[in-house]
Design a protein around this ligand. Structure first.
Ligand code: RUQ
Ligand code: CUA
Length: 673
């Protein structure tokens, strides 16, 4: 490009940016308080003791978790730890769950979650599982919705920034992940300014419909752009996957301007059924890659992991017809497919229109070879040949679109802080409402599926500012609930959310609630250190490791007096909650533990690792108020100096009890007392 044209473009880009910022600011200081209509309170009121109509699963963003809300009330029901340690329930602290956070980079108890995705049957969310991506150290987790627990995590190799993830195919056979950051693949030491020669992107298809067996089915090696978001086709477009990309300029510095030069970037349309066939025909190559797969063993309720060493890598040039590029204005973000599967809607962060592609036209353009060129062997279709229409003057900064199943689309406008409702097919804007402030994603229950439940819409806003009582410089993020059952969108409720819920999914409660697990069967508990009754408890030594087996039941631990531990030992408290009743939990904590408590679901065994530092007597107690005698639920562990001859003792065995009831000096000659 000539430098003059280039300068002009750059300066117009910065003028645009300044205008947009000014626009955003003027909007955000003028909240219209009168938007909530008179019946809003009754629309969101769920009487005490009554249930909400929907479960909403919000990504926790940089909290690494998922939070579950009831809709329409906005009541918080649960926080599910995923890529995090959660002191509230010991997740990632106890020995059984730690392996879930292992990666080939080591133990990583944090990630930046973005998008939740419900498992589907025939394109309709089915309430079996929830998937969520980790963006930073690319991973995808599967949460089981009978237990609201993370059951499986797979690491994505040859990738950096797993942002276009974990969107699913209509049968949940695959979930995907694409590289937000292109990197050298394999990742080797090269100069950063050799980006154009050396950096690549990958699109990963991960087999996801076999619990406990998630695996990378194949990866597709792509040009070094930033792959941003994705969605599967459905109905007529089933078998295709669409990914937005930006930075087709392949800039490696100052992307803010350098990746905003071209007025079109691309959606990659991937025929993954064709890719499957190429893989089956042996056209993929085994590509050495290290990544970890972690899963919860159902019988022991302990996480296990394995390291894998290879993926199947597919090069588009070896598999013609597998990838096409659809030109899309300008640095697109979201890509959303309408319920019929015909329209592919892009959100162009800097675009002045909402571009909509037609799947029918795309197939015709492919058949007609209506190509405007080729990029790294990938045909680029002509924009005019694939365009279904453009929504004119939608507002500023279109990001994401959801659908109500009644022929309308709803697009979030980040810069102008509003939601715009428009009609599929005519592309006319029919309504708009402000959001407070700077909306990112929006979500309609089932709104990205074949069968939206409509009725409600949730805006997830980036900036909260004055919406709640101030809590210092950092505020919770704001969600806003709208009624979309009529012609006009109506604001019903504000409620705060945890972390930054980029995206969310919601589903009628009836699809989940009756399948909810109430307790774990003690008889089926195959944990290696399970204790099924009081008499099975005890203490054993294996070199420097001391294992304590213990039960918890209202309102005691057994054993509750333990001796024979020495400084220098590593102590494992294996505690089994032998209750067989819903919501009767116990906790376990010991003085000086460098760890969180254990929280024990009924029927479950959990293990706390403890390294005592000094001789003495250490109390332990139940941390979860379980009965009127909860405060009595306690015990002691005696720690002696290294080399002490205090015998191992747990007061559950008849022998130990006899010893305790006869007067005793207890300690051997080298004991401290
Ligand atoms: S993204 S809004 Cu992952 Cu759009 Cu956040
Ligand atoms: Cu058990 Cu409190």
């Amino acid at each position: 490009m000539h430098s003059r044209t280039r300068r002009l473009l750059l300066s117009s880009a910065s003028v645009l940016a300044v205008t947009l910022l000014a626009y955003a600011c003027s909007r955000s200081t003028n909240p219209n308080q009168n938007l909530v209509t008179g019946d809003a309170a009754t629309r969101v009121y769920v009487a005490p003791g009554s249930y909400d109509e929907f479960y909403a699963f919000m990504s926790g963003g940089f909290s690494g978790q998922v939070s579950v809300y009831g809709l329409p009330s906005g009541r918080l029901l649960k926080v599910i730890p995923v890529f995090s340690q959660n002191a509230e329930n010991g997740w990632g602290y106890n020995e059984e769950t730690k392996p879930m956070l292992q990666t080939t980079f080591g133990f990583i108890p944090w990630d930046d979650t973005h998008h939740t995705e419900m498992s589907m049957t025939d394109g309709v969310p089915d309430g079996r599982w929830l998937f969520i991506n980790g963006n930073n150290t690319p991973r995808i987790a599967r949460i089981d919705l009978t237990r609201f627990e993370t059951d499986e995590i797979i690491q994505i190799p040859n990738a950096a920034g797993g942002h276009a993830s974990p969107f699913a195919t209509p049968d949940s056979k695959y979930v995907v992940s694409a590289t937000r950051f292109s990197v050298p693949i394999p990742n080797v030491d090269v100069p950063i300014d050799s980006y154009k020669q050396n950096f690549k992107g990958t699109l990963s298809f991960i087999r996801a419909d076999q619990p406990g067996k998630m695996d990378i089915a194949f990866q597709i090696m792509m040009p070094g752009y930033n792959y941003d978001l994705g969605h599967a086709g459905k109905g007529p477009s089933d078998g295709w996957f669409f990914f937005t990309s930006y930075n087709s300029e392949q800039a490696n510095t100052k992307l803010e301007t350098n990746a905003s030069q071209a007025d079109k970037d691309y959606i990659a349309a991937v025929n993954y059924k064709a890719a499957e066939q190429c893989v089956a025909a042996g056209k993929g190559k085994a590509f050495p890659s290290r990544y970890m797969h972690n899963w919860m063993d159902e019988a022991t309720r302990s996480a296990r992991n394995e390291t894998k060493t290879s993926v199947t890598m597919l090069n588009p040039s070896d598999c013609p017809g597998v990838v096409y590029y659809l030109p899309t204005p300008k640095s697109p973000h979201g890509v959303d497919v309408d319920p019929t599967g015909e329209y592919i809607v892009a959100g162009g962060k800097l675009a002045t229109v909402i571009p909509v592609h037609s799947f029918t036209k795309m197939m015709k353009a492919i058949a007609d070879k209506a190509f405007e060129g080729e990029l790294s062997g990938i045909p680029v279709l002509k924009y005019a040949a694939v365009m279904a229409g453009e929504v004119q003057k939608p507002g500023l900064g279109p990001l994401h679109t959801e659908f109500d199943g009644k022929g309308y689309a709803y697009t979030s406008m980040f810069i102008s802080s509003e939601i715009v409702k428009w009609k599929l097919g005519t592309w006319e804007v029919v309504d708009r409402v402000p959001t407070y402030y700077s909306i990112g994603h929006l979500m309609i229950p089932g709104g990205d599926s074949k069968k939206p439940w409509g009725k409600y819409m949730v805006a997830m806003n980036k900036i909260t500012k004055d919406r709640y009582l101030p809590t210092g410089p950092e505020m919770f993020q704001a969600a806003q609930l709208f009624d979309i059952s009529g012609d006009k969108m109506k604001l019903l409720l504000d409620f705060p959310t945890i972390g930054e819920p980029h995206y969310a999914q919601a589903i009628p409660a009836s699809l989940i609630k009756d399948k909810s697990v109430k307790f774990f069967s003690l008889a089926a508990n195959k944990a290696p250190y399970v204790t099924r009754s009081e008499s099975e408890g005890g203490i054993t030594r294996n070199g420097k490791n001391v294992h304590i087996k213990m039960i918890a039941i209202r309102s005691h631990f057994a054993p509750d007096n333990l001796e024979g531990v020495m400084v220098g030992d590593t102590v494992y408290f294996h505690v089994t909650n032998i209750e067989q009743d819903w919501d009767i939990l116990h906790g376990f904590a010991v003085l000086g533990a460098e760890n969180s408590e254990l929280v024990l679901n009924p029927g479950e065994t959990r293990t706390l690792r403890w390294i005592p530092k000094a001789p003495g007597v250490y109390p332990f107690y139940c941390t979860d108020f379980c009965s009127a005698l909860h405060q009595e639920m306690q015990g002691y562990v005696r720690v002696s100096a290294p080399g002490s001859s205090v015998p191992l003792m747990a007061n559950t065995s008849p022998k130990a009890r006899a010893q305790l009831s006869s007067p005793r000096t207890g300690a051997g000659p080298s004991a401290p007392r």
